[in-house]
Design a protein around this ligand. Structure first.
Ligand SMILES: [Zn+2]
Length: 483
């Protein structure tokens, strides 16, 4: 970079809000979003009457309406009466269900975009080769879909119930698994607890951190969540583990489980009996200090907890979900169907108690990530609209609309280390944004009122989004009933 160029860049950076009026030469740009209210998701401010200048897939400037010095604009998007937010990220999705469902999973990609979701974090499944290929195809603009961040196959013990895992039995196997994931350039490392020994689990967390990677996990019952966090755990998947961490005697309960003195149900009973607001806040402050995030995935848990009350068989959204993926929903439905009245009451109570910790996590400064757990297996937890449902639940259980919005934008970008290019609307960031017809800071349900999705600098207006949905529906209708 020449000194002159460097000086120009520096001037541009320090005058980010007003630089274009000072530029000597007006330039041609790809797009201008005119007279929109920009939502600052960090500070929770509304910045009205802005023009967003987009070129080559990036936001070039955000300036007061009418002040951008541009020569020619290829596309102008009317932002009047609209609210611009960063594209939403669903931080916990899955692609899977076997090779026969590759096309059904691929058909989910535009479904995310049509719901304002410009990024998804894939938390492992059995289609890693396809997901990695889609990640690259989306990034290169060859496939319409959200940006994909994937763990690739996850780390487990021998004979885990999940297909597609890297099953490890010792340290050498762990090292080889991590080598293979690094070679595939995965975005984070997912570790789960089905058959993985507590010792190897802890070792995996430490080795992931030592390699400068970020981990995400289900935590074995025998391991105190506090210990996993202290060892560098990046994100706790599912709120139940964070709930367990809030019990003052979490370490003793975990130890009792490890020693065979308590089964899992008795551990949960012990957590219920001892959990207090104060013990939880103290524990969550330690999670925050360690930099451990939490992805609550409330939507999936809520659907399953209340299957006795809500009949999803007639959900209109099923028309967007392939028959093979729908068939994977049966697993949890059948399991829940075996519960008697007492078990159903316990299911409800457990969900309510666990969801209630959400504002405590927030108060303690834990970074909350909005993720649905949508994909295969997780019944009626729908890819796309499921994230809107998740954000509704965040507010219902005590977050402000701003905090919910942060969980679906800046928090995910920070977690993945991409906040230099994503997560907020500012000059230099990727042009991934959503124009809403209502104010999300006033009511989070505004994220459903999507007017336009701009993805990698390309605008998809309401009619285009509806056409996208129609296309998914047609693809699903043409899929064989039993793949
Ligand atoms: Zn999951």
């Amino acid at each position: 970079m020449s000194r002159l160029h460097a000086a120009a860049v520096a001037l541009g950076a320090c005058l980010a809000g007003m630089a274009p009026t000072l530029r000597a030469q007006p330039t041609d740009v790809d797009m201008l979003v005119r007279d929109v209210t920009v939502i600052d998701v960090v500070e929770g401010r509304r910045v009205p009457h802005r023009d967003i200048v987009v070129d080559a897939g990036r936001i070039v400037a955000i300036v007061p309406t009418g002040t951008a010095r541009v020569a020619r604009i290829a596309t102008t998007v009317d932002g009047k009466g609209r609210f611009a937010i960063p594209g939403l990220w669903d931080m916990h999705v899955h692609f899977g269900g076997g090779a026969a469902l590759i096309e059904e999973n691929r058909a989910l990609l535009p479904l995310y975009v049509a719901h304002g979701i410009t990024g998804v974090r894939d938390a492992a499944g059995d289609l890693s080769d396809s997901v990695l290929a889609w990640r690259d195809a989306v990034a290169a603009g060859r496939e319409l879909g959200p940006r994909i961040f994937t763990s690739g196959p996850k780390i487990e013990g021998k004979d885990s119930i999940w297909p597609g895992d890297l099953e490890i039995e010792d340290e050498a196997g762990l090292d080889a698994a991590l080598d293979s994931l690094v070679a595939r350039n995965v975005d984070f490392i997912k570790i789960t607890d089905n058959t993985l020994s507590p010792t190897l689990f802890m070792s995996a967390l430490k080795k992931v951190r030592a390699r400068g990677l970020v981990s995400s996990a289900h935590i074995p019952m025998a391991v105190p969540v506090a210990e996993a966090s202290a060892a560098g755990l990046g994100s706790i998947e599912h709120i139940a583990y964070a709930y367990k961490a809030g019990a003052p005697d979490e370490a003793a309960l975990s130890q009792a489980f490890a020693a065979g003195a308590r089964d899992a149900r008795a551990v949960w009973d012990g957590v219920d009996a001892s959990f207090t607001r104060d013990s939880a806040l103290a524990a969550y402050r330690r999670l925050a200090a360690n930099g451990t995030s939490v992805t609550p995935t409330l939507n999936g848990s809520r659907v399953v907890a209340y299957l006795d009350q809500d009949n999803h068989a007639g959900d209109a959204y099923l028309q967007y979900i392939g028959p093979g993926l729908q068939a994977t929903y049966a697993w949890r439905v059948e399991r829940a169907g075996k519960d008697d009245a007492e078990a159903i009451t316990r299911r409800h109570a457990r969900f309510e108690r666990q969801a209630a910790i959400l504002p405590l996590l927030q108060e303690a400064g834990v970074r909350i990530l909005a993720g649905t757990d949508a994909g295969f297996l997780n019944s009626f937890n729908y890819p796309g609209v499921g994230l809107h449902d998740e954000l509704d639940l965040f507010v219902r259980y005590g977050l402000t609309p701003l905090q919910a919005l942060q969980a679906a934008t800046i928090n995910g970008a920070r977690f993945l280390g991409h906040d230099d290019t994503h997560g907020t609307l500012a000059a230099g960031k990727a042009a991934d944004l959503v124009l809403l017809r209502a104010d999300p800071l006033h009511d989070i349900r505004a994220v459903r009122a999507i007017d336009t999705v701009i993805l990698q600098g390309r605008a998809h207006g309401r009619a285009a989004l509806d056409a996208m949905l129609d296309h998914v529906r047609a693809r699903v209708a043409a899929m064989p009933a039993t793949p």
